[in-house]
Design a protein around this ligand. Structure first.
Ligand code: 5AD
Ligand code: SF4
Length: 470
């Protein structure tokens, strides 16, 4: 019997890349490749890269240095290693990287993972330096085999499902429209089928992914274009599904059905990541965000009316070209007004080929750093306050794995906070109530009474999905 071959994938960047790495594993599984957590015993090593901010390519080059040593070591032991670079760095800098790093055997962009078996076969036949970065017309999702039951179970009770890819918004700082291409939505039936299969294998929580997920407009079984809201109502009925989330959204695409879903669907978790980037209308305009702060305030108000306990998250960029002290003060004011449960914040990083990289004036590095620390102090304070409000509450937690200490499990609250509690291992994969007794800035902990907290099936979805009103 032939020995199983091992595949190691190191994933950088967003959740979309996590999903893509799993799809690469699925597509290589019929060729006899099994995932390994250790790079030393890998017959194929793939770096699944991110290009969103600076130093992305540098990180990949330095990791390739490490990979080269492993490859040499293995070669000394008579073993071959195929080295691949996937993801957005491959898409954006493929040719240059192949020239600079001869250790790389193949580079594959995010839209071409279904071509991996073909590329691997060519390499096994002696070819080198392959680059596959087209945006092919064929649907990569259709070409990749579904994960089998054992793979799904091994990946745990939470799973990602990509429903939309690419972006047509062209914010002036962002590489996504160039690396991931134009917006594309998968058909409703495919998404329902994938979700049904995952839930049949024990997945409880599904996070729908898309660079612009709420711009989703996939074709429905009725031939109509379905919005994300309508899709969520349909998915809430999938047997075994307990929790739904989606990320990442754009304020302009928060339509009424999606907002209503937050009020109607107990499965839709009270957490929303809705990036605003800046609190200054002048900066939002030069970022080409296509919305004002007033639009954002209004959207948030309507969401909070629908789901008062919603935990709100966002992304911020400080030091965008032309950002004055007053512009930054407006961002700080917006943050004070919103009260986030947590948020991500970054210094503006000029990306070659994007319009903002050539805008003047660029902001000095030390100013960016000062603004970032000021913003992060406020955001951490808000995160701490949000967590503090959970003290003494009974919170349903989906246990996802073992905690750091013996006897301890870790899971997620509806608000996406990590929660630790002493509980038996058989609780992994189930939702249990936890009485919160301790809070920190990054996580909660408490006592698990063992009273199951599975959510009640909601009675109203079917009527809404079938209704013509949507
Ligand atoms: N510089 C800094 N942050 C950026 N982001 C995207 N592009 C850049 C850039 N050039 C941030 C945005 C986005 C998140 C995924 O990354 O805040 O929402
Ligand atoms: Fe990038 Fe803007 Fe599209 Fe988000 S909406 S992926 S920030 S271009």
């Amino acid at each position: 019997m032939s020995e199983t071959k091992k595949l190691y994938i190191k994933t950088y960047g967003c959740q979309m890349n996590v999903y893509d790495s799993e799809r690469m594993a699925d597509v290589l599984s019929p060729l006899g490749y099994e995932m390994t957590e250790t790079s030393d015993d890998a017959d194929i090593m793939i770096l699944n890269t991110c290009h969103i901010r600076e130093k992305a390519a540098e990180k990949v080059y330095s990791e390739l240095g490490r990979v080269r040593k492993i490859k040499q070591q293995r070669s000394a032991n008579g073993k071959t290693t195929i080295v691949g670079v996937a993801g957005c760095v491959a898409q954006a800098e493929g040719e240059e990287m192949l020239a600079r790093a001869p250790i790389v055997d193949l580079m594959v962009g995010p839209q071409a993972y279904h071509r991996l078996p073909e590329l691997i076969r060519k390499i096994e036949a002696g070819e080198r330096g392959l680059l596959e970065v087209d945006f092919p017309a064929d649907d990569k999702f259709e070409k990749i085999p579904a994960a089998n039951n054992a793979q799904i179970i091994a990946r745990g009770p939470t799973a990602f499902v990509t429903v939309q890819e690419g972006c047509d918004k062209f914010c002036t700082f962002c590489v996504v429209p160039y690396t991931r291409g134009a917006e594309f939505s998968r058909p409703v039936e495919k998404i329902v089928a994938e979700t049904t299969r995952l839930c049949a294998s024990g997945v409880k929580e599904i996070t729908l992914l898309g660079q612009n997920v709420n711009a989703y407009h996939g074709i429905g079984p009725d031939g109509d274009s379905w919005s994300l809201g309508r899709l969520l109502y349909a998915l809430a009925d999938v047997p075994g599904l307990e929790r739904l989330r989606y990320t990442t959204s754009h304020p302009l695409d928060m339509d009424d059905v999606l907002i209503a879903a937050h009020g109607d669907l107990p499965e839709l978790m009270p957490y929303l990541h809705l990036p605003v980037q800046s609190g200054s209308d002048k900066i939002l305009a030069t970022m080409n965000r296509k919305h004002t702060t007033a639009v954002y305030y209004d959207v948030i108000k309507r969401i909070r009316d629908a789901r008062p306990d919603i935990a709100l998250s966002s992304d911020f960029i400080v030091g965008f070209p032309g950002e004055s002290d007053a512009d930054f003060a407006a961002t700080m004011q917006l943050v004070r007004d919103m009260e986030y449960s947590q948020a991500f914040s970054f210094k503006y990083s000029p990306r070659p080929g994007t319009p903002a990289a050539d805008m003047e004036p660029q902001i000095e590095e030390h100013v960016k750093s000062e603004r970032l620390s000021e913003l992060q102090v406020l955001l951490r304070q808000q995160q701490h306050n949000f967590n503090q409000n959970c003290m003494g509450r009974k919170i349903p937690v989906l246990f996802t794995g073992k905690g750091r200490n013996p006897g301890q499990l870790v899971g997620r609250s509806p608000y996406l906070q990590p929660v630790h509690a002493d509980a038996p291992e058989e609780y992994i994969g189930s939702i249990q109530n936890v009485d919160i007794t301790q809070v920190g800035t990054n996580s909660l902990s408490g006592l698990c009474a063992g009273d199951n907290a599975q959510s009640e099936p909601s009675v109203q979805h079917k009527a809404i999905v079938e209704g013509a009103a949507l």
